[in-house]
Design a protein around this ligand. Structure first.
Ligand code: HGY
Ligand code: MN
Ligand code: MN
Length: 395
């Protein structure tokens, strides 16, 4: 899978609804077909590959993650969870295991939100958080519509989004943070996921010559942006421990090196497992940013383009993961996920939880993202046992 949509430094650039995403989907479908699974696709392009259970009326246990990557993504973010879910099924096939509940291996469309915001878009529609129409009209930086791109790659499915009901949902994922490696733990028993706000700022300055415009005549949206970034840093540091804030994406217009920007658009990403802290950070940022802009005569508008509250995962499933790790003799610890995942939206409509493995230096959303085979195997082993137990083994 890592050969599809290669990056420039050993990772991947397999962004959602690109030709490489389509190629990755076809390869994943081929592997699912070879494992004897039946593929269903919904109107958001999410892929559901089913292994039948012995009880046709029993709701399935869903196991999955995402195959789309960041533009400079790693080989494991999302992919580990989808392919480990497939490996669970292939191992069940090898062992001739039958379960009461069907197993559905899942690949969610556009988890990353890199090309089309917000993140976790398809699982958000599945959970009833976003409408299909909202999703279809999301635009990428080139102005392409999500719905048009999904159609272009030929992955608009016929299933109504969210019509499927789940007995349980499991997602196996690299931690994308440094805790498990630092604590020398093989397994993260994920009890919660921190909440998030994505605030998109549009600052309006005045395009002018960077050479001949005197400093006191500038309406400098770029300067306003930099002061807002400093303020976001101070607000997040003021809420330690357990709060983060920063900016990953900025657009200058006209983005010419000798023109002061007329428009600056950027997204502030703030997160915390504590809802009060999360909302306090948002309030502080939304109160201070306009004041910063006023002093510079810069226009300021703020739009929420992504949000989910902190998530508590299902106690029974969390226990299934923890007891599997104990039975199998893996070191483990409770963990709050720093990154968002499709499991966060699945948890709105079904019992859900996650299994995590360490990653080297806690690095992710970087092409150098790396894990060890031992870590990958331990997590997949725990996932296998927790899933088979929850699906109620019959044979
Ligand atoms: O932003 C996130 O937490 C996820 O990687 N989409
Ligand atoms: Mn991910
Ligand atoms: Mn990611």
């Amino acid at each position: 899978m890592a050969k599809i949509g290669p990056g420039v430094a050993g990772g991947n650039n397999r962004q959602t609804l690109t030709d490489s995403d389509a190629e990755g989907r076809s390869l994943f479908k081929k592997w699912c077909d070879e494992a004897g699974l039946t593929m269903g696709v919904d109107q958001m392009g999410t892929m559901f590959a089913t292994r039948p259970g012995t009880d046709p009326d029993a709701l399935p246990v869903y196991v999955g993650s995402h195959l789309d990557t960041q533009p400079t993504g790693g080989k494991y973010d999302g992919v580990l969870g989808v392919l480990s879910a497939l490996e669970v099924v292939r191992t069940m096939n090898d062992l001739g295991i039958k379960t009461k509940h069907p197993i559905v291996v899942t690949n969610w469309t556009n988890e990353e939100g890199a090309r089309f915001a917000p993140a976790m878009l398809a699982s958000g529609v599945f959970a009833g958080v976003h409408s299909l129409d909202f999703a279809y009209n999301r635009k990428d930086p080139e102005g392409n519509l999500f719905g048009d791109e999904l159609k272009r790659i030929g992955w608009v499915g016929d299933e109504e989004v969210g019509a499927r009901k789940m007995h349980a949902y499991f997602e196996y994922h690299i931690e994308q943070g440094p805790i498990l490696e630092a604590e020398s733990k093989q397994i993260g028993v994920v009890t919660h996921c921190q909440g998030l706000w994505w605030l998109e700022f549009t600052l309006t300055g005045k395009e002018a010559h960077t050479g001949s415009t005197p400093m006191n005549m500038r309406v400098n949206a770029g300067l306003a942006m930099s002061r807002i970034l400093e303020m976001v840093q101070a607000v997040a540091m003021g809420e330690q421990p357990g709060a983060v804030g920063g900016v990953g994406q900025v657009f200058f217009s006209p983005n010419s090196r000798n023109v002061l920007p007329g428009k600056v658009v950027f997204t502030v990403d703030i997160r915390s497992p504590d809802k009060a802290k999360l909302d306090r950070m948002r309030a502080k940022i939304e109160a201070q940013a306009p004041k910063i802009c006023d002093t510079l005569g810069v226009g300021c508008s703020i739009e929420v383009i992504g949000h989910f509250a902190p998530v508590t995962f299902d106690e029974k499933l969390v226990t299934a993961v923890r007891s599997a790790a104990e039975r199998l003799g893996y070191t483990h610890m409770n963990l709050i996920s720093g990154a968002g995942h499709d499991a966060c939206w699945a948890a709105k409509v079904a019992p859900a939880t996650m299994v995590m493995c360490p990653c080297v230096d806690g690095l992710s959303h970087n092409e150098a993202e790396e894990i060890s085979k031992e870590w990958a195997t331990a997590g997949a082993d725990v996932l296998f046992h927790a899933v088979v137990e929850t699906a109620e083994i019959v044979v």
